[in-house]
Ligand binder design. Sequence first.
Ligand code: HEM
Length: 421
Amino acid sequence: MTSALGEPADGPTADTPEYDIARPARCPLDPAPAMRARQAEGPLVRVRLWDGSTPWLVTGHDAHRAVLSDPRVSVDPFQPGAPKLSPGEAAATEHLLKQNKRSTGTSFIMLDDPEHARLRRMATSAFTIKRVEAIRRPTQRIVDDVLDRLLDGPRPTDLVEAFALPVPSLVISELLGVPYDDHDFFQSNSKALINRDTPAEERRAAQQRLADYLDGLLGEKLAHPREDLLSGLAGRVKAGELSREEATEMGVLMLFAGHETTANMITLGTLALLRHPDQLALLRDSEDPRLIAGAVDELLRYLTITHGGLRRVALEDIEIAGQVIRAGEGIIPVNETANRDPSVFPDPDRLDLTRDARRHVTFGFGVHQCLGQPLARMELQVVYPTLLRRIPTLALATELDRIPFKHDGFVYGAYELPVTW
Ligand code: HEM
């Protein structure tokens, strides 16, 4: 079908709305009003990005899963038409293209199969439910130690600095075999990578610093292997299954994916619970592992820290939700609207720790679905009940509108969360 102008009727028009992910100031834990408005228009609608391009925004739950499980859809940012959500992201890809590089340096998260599958397979064994269960006790010890220090410190305190960042950083450091003493270094560089507005030059420098750091560690593991994930990767390098550069890039990916995300979940999950005292009491007083696991999934759904949309591009014409997406058109599957789709989650704006939220898409969907999700879930299952039981009088030490939320990141969160007890 074509319009009077000869443009396809499903094509962009002058009225195509801007892509806007700013969450509402008065309800900062709800999706952006603009995203809600797009969701009301349909499961698949056009938006206009900062560069004038008009990719498809996928707002519905079914369409989201259909796109992410379709092998004709690519995650490769070098594919023509792949959406770039910020000038920094576009400049970084442009720079690599000029150097004739086809790797973003972020390992398999930005590669299509079969390369993606080959590399991902090398790391899966560390994240099986069994392996993750084996570190539940050490994780409990880490959480208790960090809380001991927090309770010995001054009041009020910043929950991000004193608790939410150290816990997942300590866990992933131990799992990978990275010295936690270097946490200031890897946390600040990860922050630069994850911030959507980081200028391209700064992003490249941060990535290079992390790569050099991981390469150095890998060298040590090659010489003196231990019982950790990096040593496992070093073993594969020795066996000729993985190049040293590939192993380094995987280390960078897991280090930055493994702490910043979980830290934001700890911060925002605590905030959400403090704002819903009945739900907080339910979690604090329960010894039922199933209720606790369900509560963590509901918090993951409700908060959808991986907001703003994943980036994909169609390699062929495909039909999703009755709409043809042409080859070369960009696609942005939006986790936060899929997670508030009322056809899947009744009364979706209500935080209900007893609901079955397992179909949430906060970890993505399809072949790129989060590798670290068993680890993230286990950490959060330990963190929330322990925090609430050990500090039953925990309270916010500021007004909601004074909390600096991360509106600029690929991952939503807060830079600071002042709390007292
Ligand atoms: C609450 C915490 C977390 C959230 C919400 C989260 C979310 C996500 C999402 C949405 C993706 C898919 C991206 C895409 O499809 O484009 C992803 C991929 C990934 N995540 Fe996580 N993640 C979390 C924690 C972790 C942890 C603890 C690790 C540990 C290493 C990790 C490692 C990875 C890796 C390696 C990938 C790439 C998977 C692939 O491309 O095959 N994540 N994560």
